[in-house]
Design a binder for this molecule. Structure first.
Ligand code: HEM
Length: 393
């Protein structure tokens, strides 16, 4: 809980700090990577630094946390903390690095605010930072303790590489040493470290899809402008060994819930849907499930046959598609759920590009689905959560 001393100081300064985040974050990251270039080798994604999403997400989440403490003094924004802790754990973030971020972030805040950064203001924001850091460290330690091993990454050998749609490959891996594997829950992801052109290791997260027992399987769409996916597509062959983390991620099905489900995806966002459907076939085949997918065409739709096959094994499941190519899907063009019958009391899981999910979520809310019943997975830093009352309240 925020101290009585800091509360009014945070209330007075949160507006200016939040407003200055776009100016503060580049300075903070520049100074941190100058002092610690090793953090760009295997931990931070260079691409997310360049496009600015990760710095905004990190600093923005501290302002959001402060705002939560002001409005709900007796609680933490658990959903946001959980998402961040899972992402951190997938990267093997050690608790000892929290002072590193603190040092460079606060140097940047002090430089930006100038005279306004009085000792009182700095102390109050320090308190917010360490409350959040302590909450994250606690969650991350809990996540590490649940693993079947005590390593952050283990070597895995590529044992399969197949095309599953235009420009989309599936990779199957088996352990390359004796490290015990933590079983994954459907919807979880792993971080992969890939050595890119200049020799740096770059991490990326990929959702796990059903695999042979004792294997891991991921689906990768090539981004020709990207740094990592072209290396996987063009430079990685069967027999190669990559470093892969334990499975993390909290966008998973509640094992105690058996009500109707709506699974919404676009493009490569189909991957968690494949994992969920596979789990339902094994564990809850009578579940009422509506699967809604949008894509450019049948050829572009990853794992289309697998999805059809899994849906056909669920007697109460239905698949509806929106495809750009005329005559190829149940509907043409953009997904429009406003005329769909959404089962009462349904839990919704979405995965796809941000604008797609925002549009579908608005349609669902307009159709009467409560915001708290809509869950989503974003591939990349989640900037949506920072402005999403339903998740931060
Ligand atoms: C990701 C917050 C400390 C390294 C993130 C994200 C947030 C965040 C909001 C984005 C999560 C997502 O949606 O994917 C924080 C906060 C911290 C903190 C509030 C302190 C209180 C640290 C520290 C390190 C670190 C100490 C390491 C030195 C990372 C990395 C990512 C990340 C590598 C993923 C980056 C990417 O994919 O581009 N953090 N973080 N964070 N954080 Fe932290």
């Amino acid at each position: 809980m925020l101290s009585e001393k800091s509360r009014p100081v945070i209330a007075q300064t949160i507006g200016v700090v939040a407003e200055r985040i776009p100016e503060i974050t580049p300075v903070f990251y520049r100074s941190m990577f100058e002092a610690r270039p090793d953090l760009l080798d295997g931990m931070f994604s260079r691409a997310n630094q360049k496009n600015g999403t990760q710095p905004q997400a990190l600093a923005g989440s501290i302002a959001m946390f402060a705002s939560h403490l002001l409005h709900h003094p007796d609680s933490y924004p658990d959903e946001v903390l959980s998402r961040v802790a899972h992402k951190h754990a997938s990267l093997g973030l050690p608790a000892e690095e929290y002072p590193t971020v603190h040092e460079h972030l606060f140097k940047a805040i002090a430089a930006d605010l100038g005279d306004a950064a009085t000792p009182e203001v700095v102390q109050a924001w320090d308190e917010v930072y360490w409350l959040m850091a302590d909450a994250l460290v606690k969650l991350e330690k809990g996540l590490y303790a649940q693993q079947a091993n005590d390593v952050m990454f283990a070597p895995y050998r590529v044992v399969g590489k197949q095309t599953v749609a235009d420009g989309v490959l599936a990779f199957e891996f088996e352990p390359a040493d004796g490290t015990p594997m933590t079983p994954a829950v459907a919807g979880q992801y792993v971080s992969l470290q890939v050595t890119v052109a200049d020799g740096l290791r770059q991490p990326r997260q990929f959702t796990l899809v059903p695999s042979d027992p004792g294997h891991r399987r991921i689906i990768v769409r090539e981004d020709p402008q990207g740094e990592v996916t072209p290396v996987l597509h063009r430079g990685t062959v069967v027999g190669d060994v990559l470093e892969i983390s334990n499975p993390y991620g909290d966008v998973t099905l509640d094992p105690d819930s058996h009500g109707p489900l709506v699974l919404v995806s676009a493009g490569i966002g189909i991957t968690p849907v494949v994992a969920f459907l596979d789990q339902l076939v094994r564990e809850d085949p009578q579940r009422e499930v509506l699967v809604l997918h949008a894509d450019r065409s049948r050829a572009a739709w990853p794992c289309r046959e697998q999805v059809r096959d899994l849906v056909s094994q669920l007697p109460n499941a239905r698949l509806v598609s929106w495809l750009g190519a005329p005559g190829e899907g149940d509907h043409e063009g953009r997904m429009d759920v406003s005329r769909m019958e959404i089962p009462t009391g349904a839990e919704v899981f979405m995965c796809g590009p941000l604008e797609f999910m925002q549009a579908v979520r608005s349609q669902l809310i307009a159709a009467g689905v409560p915001g708290r019943a809509i869950h989503y997975e974003i591939f990349g830093p989640d900037l949506w959560m920072l402005h999403d009352e339903a998740r931060t309240a």
